[in-house]
Design a binder for this molecule. Structure first.
Ligand code: NDP
Ligand code: OXD
Length: 310
């Protein structure tokens, strides 16, 4: 009896690691990497960064996994409505984001971009060291990643707040919800971290209006998506001192064009979309757990609500 196929369509190097995990943990499934030329009727599960055009080729497909936590790159028009799409909910991606966001917030808190600029100019000048208790951190997005980041940052003594669509209660975090609460959240935020999904409602949210609602000299970390940011508004806010610095892990497009000001702006730290990555070992555990749940008729983890876009 031929085994059901789990088809993987993403980075082939990490795919080889997925294959090794499947061999050990799920020998009842046959792991195959894209492209698949024959035996399409044996494909039951698909994992992809972007789904293929022709999903109708796989008549027995049961579940579609995104290999990313973010889902905006997924063209849902390609996925028949009856098929559940599951985004990546796994501890490896959370740990990576907690590290990156902590690094970025601490760098901004301790004036790292300014000291790098001073070193380049051979300037030895100390600035007053501020306490964490006097630096207010705010995170846009209180989902899997935003909550984990706040949990870590709270430990340093930063006064922490978060903003989301629906109301949340989190120990030690001032929670704000909905557009009406956004100005109050921004007014109390010295370092703003964006961990929102990119949807119709959040595209371009990091704009001049939002920057004007932050205290003067606030700093930005964007770990969400490049489409959240209005680039010219950021450059203007840095130039007029409204914002002191920005750490950007994402950009639209990626990479920015060779002459783009983000490459050489002294107050921008730019990294190539590496804040976090799905880790094959833990990702395969999460995927297999969902497959077992599906077989047992249990609720699935990370189901994307297509209407709301995340
Ligand atoms: P979740 O879906 O778990 O959480 C999303 C959060 O954003 C929720 O709290 C949600 O509110 C809130 N939200 C969504 N829409 C709005 C809105 N219109 N107004 C206010 N709040 C809103 O996502 P994750 O935490 O797992 O991931 C967040 C994003 O991080 C991803 O979508 C992706 O873009 C990015 N990412 C970036 C990576 C990188 O390497 N740079 C790596 C991985 C992810 P509510 O709680 O009410 O639903
Ligand atoms: C993700 C990402 O969404 O890597 O997982 O950006």
């Amino acid at each position: 009896m031929p085994r059901p196929i789990f088809l993987y369509k993403a980075d082939p190097v990490r795919g080889a690691e997925w294959a090794e995990c499947f061999e050990r943990k799920a020998p009842e499934l046959e792991f195959r990497q894209w492209p698949l030329d024959a035996e399409a009727e044996r494909v039951r599960y698909l994992a992809a960064w972007e789904p293929p055009q022709d999903l109708a080729r796989f008549p027995r497909l049961e579940l579609v996994f995104s290999v990313g936590a973010g889902i905006d790159q997924f063209d849902f028009a390609r996925v028949p409505p009856h098929l559940p799409v599951l985004r990546m909910v796994e501890p490896g991606i959370v740990d990576g984001m907690v590290e990156y966001a902590t690094l970025a917030v601490l760098a901004l808190h301790r004036d790292w971009p300014a000291y790098r600029e001073q070193q380049r100019d051979r300037r030895w000048e100390a600035h007053r060291v501020r306490t964490a208790a006097s630096r207010r951190v705010g995170v846009l997005g209180l989902g899997m990643l935003g909550r984990a980041v706040l949990d870590k940052l709270r430990g340093f003594g930063f006064p922490c707040a978060g903003w989301s669509r629906s109301a949340h209660t989190i120990d030690g975090v001032d929670c704000y919800a909905g557009p009406d609460a956004l100005p109050a959240f921004l007014a109390r935020t010295d370092i703003l971290v964006c961990l929102l999904p990119l949807t119709a409602a959040t595209r371009g949210i990091l704009d001049a209006r939002l920057f004007a609602a932050l205290p003067s000299g606030a700093a930005l970390v964007n770990c969400g998506r490049g489409g959240h940011l209005v680039q010219d508004d950021l450059l203007a806010a840095l130039d007029d001192g409204r914002l002191s610095a920005a750490v950007l892990d994402v950009c639209d497009p990626e990479p920015p064009a060779p002459g783009h000001p983000f490459w050489h702006h002294p107050r921008i730290v730019l990294t190539p979309h590496i804040a976090s990555m799905t880790q094959p070992g833990t990702a395969v555990d999460a995927v297999l757990d969902n497959i077992r749940r599906h077989r047992a008729g249990l609720a699935l983890t990370g189901v994307v609500e297509r209407q709301r876009g995340y």
